[in-house]
Design a protein around this ligand. Structure first.
Ligand code: HEC
Length: 120
């Protein structure tokens, strides 16, 4: 390849790369987010959501909170995020831990759990 042809090819691939970067949606909805969210929700050292909620596929669930079913019918992404980030925002007397506010889970972990819970 001649030097100029090489430069043109490099420039073209940089443009393609930049194009795909700017078109990428700003969200965690990557393939695998739901699966990662499920792992975090079931993990006793992370979400431990099963301690209080029956969830499809989860064992030995508690019943302090309602079973997590049909969530997408009643919650949109931001409402669900608030519920998990700080449940006391909606119900000051809740026993659900404020996972975001108290830094029990990171923002990224909460985003993944949101993706997962919306599939329930
Ligand atoms: C210590 C118990 C406890 C834990 C742990 C817990 N929750 Fe909850 N959750 C509750 C209670 C109680 C409610 C009932 C509403 C309220 O008090 O906010 C609730 C409500 C909810 C709701 C609303 C359900 C509905 O049908 O309105 C969602 C969604 C939810 N929790 C998700 C989660 C997720 C996801 C986790 C894990 C990251 C989790 N919860 C962990 C106790 C808990």
């Amino acid at each position: 390849m001649r030097k100029t042809a090489k430069l043109v090819a490099t420039a073209a691939s940089i443009v393609t790369l930049l194009g795909s970067l700017t078109l990428a949606p700003i969200s965690v909805s990557y393939a695998g987010a739901v699966e990662d969210g499920k792992k975090l929700a079931f993990n006793k050292k992370k979400g431990n959501c099963l301690a209080c909620h029956a969830i499809k596929g989860g064992k030995l669930a508690g019943n302090l909170g309602p079973p997590l079913v049909g969530i997408a019918k009643r919650f949109d992404k931001s409402k669900l995020r608030v519920q998990i980030w700080d449940a006391s925002a909606k119900n000051p007397n809740t026993t659900m831990p404020p996972f975001g506010k108290n830094k029990i889970l990171s923002d990224k972990e909460i985003d993944k759990i949101v993706e997962y819970v919306l599939t329930l």
